[in-house]
Design a protein around this ligand. Structure first.
Ligand code: PBG
Length: 329
C-alpha cells in the first residue's frame, strides 16, 4: 500500500473540499488617505491604485468599499499644516474628524477605524511629543488620548493607536470612558516593528521622521518574546483587537499571538508589501493577482482574523468572481 496524499488534489472540486483556509471579504479592512479640498483624487506614486482623497471623494470610495462587502476602512489624515504638537490630530475640525463624520453620515453601516498617531501631523515627523530631542512617552499620552477622543466624538467605531508609547491603550480607554464613549473600541497596533516596509506609506502621508528614526518606540525586528509581552499588556489595558504590523515578515509572530491571546488578531499587510507586488507585476515578473491571494492566504493561515490591506478592493472583487464561478460550475 502506498499512502497517496495526491488523492485529495485530483480535481478542483476535491481540492475545494480539502481546503483548510479561506480568505473572506469579511476579513478585510481597507486603508484610505484623506486630505483637505474638494473633488480631489491625487494618485500616490509608490502605491499604484491608491489616492489622497478629499472628503467628498472619500465618501464615494467608501460607498464602493461597502458595496463590495468589505466591512471596514481605516482612515489616515493629511493635515493642512504640521506643527510641533501635531495639533490638527486632535482638532475638532481636523481632516480625519471631518472625514469620519461625513462617512458615518453617508455610509453609516461601514465600520470606520481611525489611525490615532501624531507623525502625520507633527513637523518633526515623530509619533510623539519631543522634549530635549527625545520622544517623551507620558507627554504624548495626553495628546494621543485627546486625538482618540476627538475621533470618537466624530463617530469613529474603533480608534487604532499606532504610536507604540507605553500605557497608551489604558490612557485612551480611560479618556474614552470618561468622555462617554464606552462603546468605541480600540484596535491596538500592539506589536509594531521598526520596519523598512513602511516607506511608501511615509511618502503618502509625508511622515518620515526629520531626525533619527523610530527605533526607540517601535520594536526591534529581531524580537518575538517581546511581541507576546506587548500583546498581553495591551489586552490587560483594554484593547479589543490586537494587531501585528507588518504582516508577511512577521507571520511567526501572528501565529504566536493567535495561540496566546483570546482577542481577534489583525495583521497589517503594509505599504511596502503592497508596493513590491505592484512593481514586480508591472514589470511582468510575477502574476500580481495570484501573488496577492497567496500572500493574503498565508496571513490567514498564520492565524490572523482580520487583514488591513491595500489589496482589499482587488481581493474582494476576485473573491466575488470566484464565488460566481463556483456557483455556476
Ligand atoms: C503611523 C503609521 C505608519 C503606518 C501606519 N501608521 C507609519 C510609521 O509608523 O512609520 C504604516 C502603514 C503602511 O506602511 O502601510 N505611525
Amino acid at each position: 500500500m502506498m499512502i497517496r496524499p495526491r488523492r485529495l488534489r485530483r480535481t478542483s472540486t476535491i481540492r475545494r473540499m480539502a481546503r483548510e483556509t479561506y480568505i473572506r471579504v469579511d476579513d478585510l479592512i481597507y486603508p484610505l488617505f484623506v486630505k483637505h479640498g474638494k473633488g480631489d483624487r491625487e494618485p500616490i506614486p509608490s502605491m499604484v491604485g491608491h489616492y489622497r482623497l478629499s472628503v467628498d471623494e472619500l465618501v464615494k470610495e467608501t460607498a464602493e468599499v461597502l458595496s463590495l462587502g468589505i466591512p471596514g476602512v481605516i482612515l489616515f489624515g493629511l493635515p493642512k499644516k504640521k506643527d510641533e504638537l501635531g495639533s490638527e490630530a486632535y482638532a475638532r475640525d481636523g481632516i480625519v474628524q471631518q472625514a469620519v463624520a461625513a462617512v458615518k453620515d453617508k455610509v453609516p453601516k461601514l465600520v470606520v477605524l481611525t489611525d490615532a498617531c501624531l507623525c502625520e501631523y507633527t513637523d518633526h515627523g515623530h509619533c510623539g511629543i519631543i522634549k530635549d530631542g527625545l520622544v517623551d512617552n507620558d507627554a504624548t499620552l495626553e495628546i494621543l488620548s485627546r486625538t482618540a477622543l476627538s475621533h470618537a466624538e466624530a463617530g469613529a467605531d474603533f480608534v487604532a493607536p499606532s504610536d507604540m508609547m507605553d500605557g497608551r491603550v489604558r490612557a485612551i480607554r480611560d479618556t474614552l470612558d470618561r468622555g462617554g464613549f464606552k462603546d468605541t473600541g480600540i484596535l491596538a497596533y500592539a506589536v509594531k516593528y521598526a520596519s523598512s516596509f513602511y516607506g511608501p506609506f511615509r511618502e503618502a502621508a509625508d511622515c518620515a521622521p526629520k531626525f533619527g528614526d523610530r527605533a526607540s518606540y517601535q520594536m526591534d525586528p529581531a524580537n518575538a518574546r517581546e511581541a507576546l509581552k506587548e500583546a498581553s499588556i495591551d489586552v490587560e489595558e483594554g484593547a479589543d483587537i490586537i494587531m501585528i504590523k507588518p504582516a508577511l515578515p512577521y507571520l511567526d509572530i501572528v501565529q504566536q499571538v493567535r495561540a496566546n491571546i483570546n482577542l481577534p488578531v489583525a495583521a497589517y499587510n503594509v505599504s511596502g508589501e503592497y508596493a513590491m507586488v505592484k512593481a514586480a507585476d508591472q514589470r511582468g515578473w510575477i502574476e500580481g493577482e495570484r501573488v496577492m491571494m497567496e500572500m493574503l492566504l498565508s496571513i490567514k493561515r498564520a492565524g490572523a482574523d482580520l487583514i488591513l490591506t491595500y489589496f482589499a478592493k482587488e481581493a474582494a472583487k476576485l473573491l466575488i468572481e470566484h464565488e460566481k464561478i463556483y456557483a455556476e460550475s
